[in-house]
Design a protein around this ligand. Structure first.
Ligand SMILES: Nc1ncnc2c1ncn2[C@@H]1O[C@H](COP(=O)(O)OP(=O)(O)O)[C@@H](O)[C@H]1O
Ligand SMILES: N[C@@H](CCOP(=O)(O)O)C(=O)O
Length: 303
C-alpha cells in the first residue's frame, strides 16, 4: 500500500444558537499523509509542519494517531506501524475545528490504509464518539453547513442551504482557548425561558442562512446556551461585536468554543467588517488575523 493523502477543512461550529448541533466547513485546511512504516523497528513516526507546528505532539498522544488507533480498536485488529505527516493550516485551539480535522484525518487515513472496510456513515459515527459532539466533525467530514440530530445512537444529518450573499469572516486572536476549558464554564441546567429562546432562534437562523434575510440573521445568531458564559473568556468580545455590527455585519457569534469570533457579512460589507474587527481587537491590545472565507463544499478528501 502506498502513501495516502487526506485534506480536511476547519469548521465554525454552533453559529450562535446551534450549540453542539450546527456547523459549517470553511476554506482552510489541514493536510495529512499516512504511509506504512516498513524496514524499521519503530511503530510510529510523526512529523508536523505549518502553523504553530511545535504545539502538536509527535508521539502516541497525537490526536490524529489516537483516532487512527481507535479505528483499529473498533475493528478488533492490531494497528500497523505508520508514518504520519501533518501540515497545519487550521489554527490550534481557536474554535476553528482543529481537533475535528485531526479526528477525521486519522480515521480516514486508517480506513484508506486498511482498504476501506468502513463506510463514510460508520466513520462519521466513530468521529462523533471520539469528539463527543457532532457539530465540527460532521461538516469536516462531509463539507457544507450541517445540522445533526440523534435518535438513540443513530444520527440524522441535514444539509443546511447557505445563501451566496453570506460571507463568513473569522477574526482569530493570538491566544488559545481549549474547547475543554470553554465547556467547563457552561451551566448544567437552564431555565424554561432559555430552553424556548434557543430553538426559536435556531429556526430563524436556519431560514436566515437559506434566504440571506438580514433581520433573521441578526436575531437568529442570538443564543442563551453558551455565548453569555463564554464571552467572559474572550477579552474584547463586546468591542469586536459592536465594531462588526456597526460595519454592517448581519450578526456575530463565537466560532466553535472560541476565542475566534465569526461575523456573517454581505459580500459588499466584507472589507469594512474585516477591518473593523481587526481594529477593535487592536484597541484592546490583542493582535488578530481576520480573514473572509467561503463554505467548503467538499469536506474531507483523499488524494
Ligand atoms: N492536526 C492535528 N493533529 C493532531 N492534533 C491536533 C491537530 N489539530 C489539533 N490537534 C489537537 O487538538 C487540540 C485543540 O483542540 P480543541 O481545544 O478542541 O480546539 P479546536 O477549537 O481548535 O478544535 C490541540 O491542542 C491538539 O492537541
Ligand atoms: N459545540 C462545541 C464546538 C467546539 O468546536 P471547536 O471548533 O472549538 O472544536 C462547543 O461549543 O464546545
Amino acid at each position: 500500500m502506498t502513501a495516502v493523502k487526506i485534506s480536511v477543512p476547519g469548521t465554525t461550529a454552533n453559529i450562535g444558537p446551534g450549540f453542539d448541533c450546527l456547523g459549517a466547513a470553511l476554506t482552510l485546511h489541514n493536510h495529512f499523509v499516512f504511509s506504512p512504516l516498513e524496514g524499521t523497528d519503530s511503530t510510529l513516526e510523526i512529523r508536523v509542519t505549518g502553523l504553530e507546528a511545535d504545539r502538536v505532539t509527535a508521539d502516541e498522544s497525537n490526536l490524529a494517531y489516537q483516532a487512527f488507533a481507535k479505528f483499529y480498536q473498533h475493528l478488533g485488529k492490531t494497528r500497523p506501524p505508520v508514518a504520519i505527516e501533518i501540515e497545519l493550516g487550521v489554527p490550534l485551539a481557536r474554535g476553528l475545528g482543529s481537533s475535528a480535522t485531526a479526528i477525521v484525518g486519522g480515521l480516514m487515513g486508517a480506513n484508506q490504509l486498511a482498504e476501506k472496510p468502513l463506510t463514510q456513515a460508520e466513520l462519521m459515527q466513530l468521529a462523533i464518539e471520539i469528539e463527543g459532539h457532532p457539530d465540527n466533525v460532521v461538516p469536516a467530514l462531509l463539507g457544507g453547513c450541517r445540522l445533526a440530530a440523534s435518535e438513540g445512537s443513530h444520527w440524522q444529518i441535514c444539509e443546511i442551504p447557505w445563501h451566496s450573499d453570506i460571507v463568513p469572516v473569522v477574526a482569530i486572536p493570538d491566544f488559545e482557548l481549549s474547547t475543554a476549558e470553554a465547556r467547563k464554564v457552561l451551566p448544567t441546567e437552564y431555565s424554561r425561558a432559555d430552553a424556548i429562546f434557543n430553538p426559536a432562534h435556531l429556526g430563524l437562523l436556519l431560514r436566515g442562512l437559506e434566504t440571506g434575510n438580514s433581520d433573521w440573521l441578526r436575531v437568529g445568531t442570538l443564543d442563551r446556551i453558551h455565548q453569555p458564559y463564554r464571552q467572559t473568556l474572550i477579552p474584547g468580545y463586546d468591542a469586536v461585536r459592536q465594531a462588526a455590527l456597526a460595519a454592517g455585519a448581519y450578526g456575530m457569534t463565537i466560532s466553535g468554543a472560541g476565542p475566534t469570533l465569526l461575523a456573517l457579512s454581505s459580500p459588499i460589507q466584507t472589507a469594512e467588517v474585516t477591518s473593523a474587527m481587526r481594529t477593535a481587537w487592536q484597541g484592546e491590545g490583542i493582535t488578530s488575523t481576520v480573514r473572509s472565507l467561503q463554505i467548503d463544499r467538499s469536506g474531507a478528501t483523499v488524494g
